[in-house]
Design a binder for this molecule. Structure first.
Ligand SMILES: [Zn+2]
Length: 590
């Protein structure tokens, strides 16, 4: 992020640029009616589904769902940031931009830049160490583990030499800032105040951000010693649990394959990559986080978790199960046979066998029931399993998922389903909100919500009056609701440079962006305001009606549960809530 480019300049650049000319620099386009089509540069295809519409100054691929305007196209194809794309096109179209950069922006910007630069310098140093005479042993170790030359190069594997100040001396010689190196966690102050190398006698794995710049390191000890893996501390450029190792390299393959493989360690990932399996990311030695799941969701909603068969691996898998269930991701789990970790397995049996296992991997839920709740046997053990199951199931928000789980667990443990249900409703926090709506209904509701957002995007003058009537509160899709709120915010500030395509293209990849893009590409604005207004009234009413219907359903279930549990207090509270809902509905005329 550099300076602030004034909106009117961005507008000028956009108006002068031609999307057809720009895309033609990268893709061969053919005219097809009002549009142009070609082979998509963002996914592999044999028949063109990539469409450019000069009328709307946008592109959209019916195959992979990528779409946007001129800036988005440049950002995607040339890996530019937004300001870089604007500046690049400004140059081409002859628009002069005088940027206003605030002092603070400049400082923060250079702070991050400096840390990345020092990391890059250190990465170079480690790489040179590995191929120098002192790296002989480390290189032999990598070869012994079957890591190929290209893989070593691609991942910029390196070596921190054995000693207290190899890196420090090198940085000093390079006149690099030792203070930055300390901030990046490469150097550590000793008791005497002198700085020494954090990483010593370690195989070094640079951790890169999505644009491939080094933000941290993981170091594996070469000889004996603890810890086996040492990671960079957090810094301005590196926050634990917000990155996935190798995502920058894997993202295209993940998109192509339609799913991601998640492993624990650097070596697991590298050995899979080495065997030609490249749609894989690693958690960097920490437990999986919500942020990491969101990162994956940008590229796919299908994940196969491939964890070590040891106790730590199993625990990590169990913990991630809850996150996956909450994250609306479809996850499968694979623990390799014969107690092998992924690295061993690929080397012993090859990648084809591994891919076969991956394709046949059970869902994470099945895995949990079979492996975590364990085999039956003994009263004590059953009681323990029951307790575990209740503790786990109470966190499952989705009613359908929860009931399925209850059914399977009761079969597995041979417990009465009703008894299990009772235990769980006692353990569950009482009042559920509308977030429990899902399944077929959800798809229908989302379609309505999407229709409304689309109408507002192409008729932004309607945003303030429509959203003012609190319709967004009745959205069930949180992402669409957030998007609606951001639209309201900017519409309230003025509609001067409204650009629907640009706004949608800034959404993360996924069904919402795809759906809206497609609508923008195909839909036409309504010329008659009367028709538009009627349509809006109709859609908003349907959204509300469904929201209340689902809410009543959820309440009914909660009331049932409260009665089952003989909780009179909760029961009356829920009935009051029901009355309130009915009144609200009447008021809104639903
Ligand atoms: Zn495509």
């Amino acid at each position: 992020m550099k300076g602030y480019i004034p909106d009117n300049k961005v507008e000028e650049v956009k108006n002068r640029a031609s999307i057809v000319d720009l895309v033609s620099e990268y893709v061969t386009l053919k005219k097809a009616g009002r549009n142009f089509v070609g082979l998509c540069p963002f996914h592999k295809e044999k028949t063109p589904s990539f469409t450019v519409t000069p009328d709307r100054q946008m592109f959209y691929c019916f195959g992979c769902g990528e779409g946007g305007g001129v800036f988005t196209f440049l950002m995607k194809i040339a890996q530019m940031t937004y300001p870089e794309a604007v500046r690049h096109l400004a140059k081409k179209t002859g628009v002069v931009i005088h940027e206003r950069i605030s002092q603070k922006e400049r400082q923060e910007d250079s702070r991050r830049e400096q840390l990345i630069r020092i990391n890059e310098t250190a990465a170079g140093h480690y790489v040179r160490n590995l191929v120098s005479p002192s790296g002989k042993e480390a290189l032999a170790y990598l070869r012994k583990r079957g890591v190929r030359e290209e893989t070593i190069k691609a991942f910029r594997l390196g070596l921190a030499a054995n000693g207290w100040h190899h890196l420090r001396d090198f940085l000093e010689k390079e006149k690099a800032s030792l203070e930055n190196a300390e901030q990046a966690g490469l150097l550590v102050p000793g008791k005497d105040g002198h700085l020494y190398d954090r990483f010593r006698d370690r195989l070094m794995f640079p951790v890169e951000d999505l644009s491939g710049r080094v933000i941290a390191f993981g170091g594996r000890i070469m000889g004996a010693g603890e810890p086996k893996y040492l990671n960079s501390p957090e810094s301005d450029v590196y926050v634990k649990g917000r990155n996935l190792y190798a995502l920058n390299r894997a993202k295209d393959a993940i998109r192509r394959q339609g799913y991601a493989i998640l492993v624990e360690g650097y070596f697991d990932l590298i050995s899979l990559w080495n065997a030609g399996i490249t749609h894989v990311v690693a958690t960097l030695g920490t437990a999986l986080t919500k942020d990491q799941i969101e990162l994956i969701c940008r590229y796919t909603t299908h994940v196969v978790v491939l964890f070590d068969p040891d106790e730590a691996g199993r625990k990590a898998l169990t913990r991630s199960l809850e996150l996956f269930l909450a994250g609306n991701l479809s996850a499968r789990a694979l623990v390799l046979p014969e107690g092998l970790d992924p690295d061993d397995y690929v080397r012993a049996h090859g990648s084809d066998r591994l891919l076969e296992l991956i394709n046949g991997a059970p869902s994470l839920v099945d895995y949990y029931i079979d492996h975590v709740l364990g085999d039956q046997g003994g009263f004590e053990k059953d009681r323990d399993s029951l307790r575990k199951a209740v503790a786990f199931i109470k966190h499952i928000e989705d009613v359908l998922d929860r009931n399925l789980f209850i059914k399977r667990v009761s079969e597995k443990l041979g417990i009465d389903q009703e008894l299990l249900k009772k235990e769980i409703s006692r353990a569950r926090p009482a009042i559920t909100d509308g977030s429990a709506i899902r399944g077929v209904h959800r798809a229908e509701i989302e379609k309505l919500e999407m229709d409304l957002v689309h109408l507002l995007l192409i008729h932004p003058e309607k945003i303030v009056p429509v959203t003012h009537a609190s319709i967004l509160d009745h959205f069930t899709n949180g992402d669409l609701k957030n998007f609606g709120e951001s639209l309201l915010k900017s519409a309230a500030a003025g509609l001067q440079h409204w650009d629907a395509v640009e706004r949608v293209s800034r959404l993360g990849p996924g069904p919402i962006r795809e759906g809206l893009m497609k609508k923008l590409m195909e839909g036409r604005p309504f010329e008659e305001e009367k028709i538009l207004d009627r349509l809006i009234v109709d859609v908003t009413r349907q959204i509300r009606r469904r929201w209340y219907k689902e809410k009543h359903k959820a309440l009914k279930m909660d009331i049932g549960k409260a009665q089952e549990a003989d909780d009179a207090d909760l029961c009356s509270r829920l009935l009051v809530e029901k009355e309130r809902l009915l009144r609200e509905e009447k008021m809104l005329g639903i």
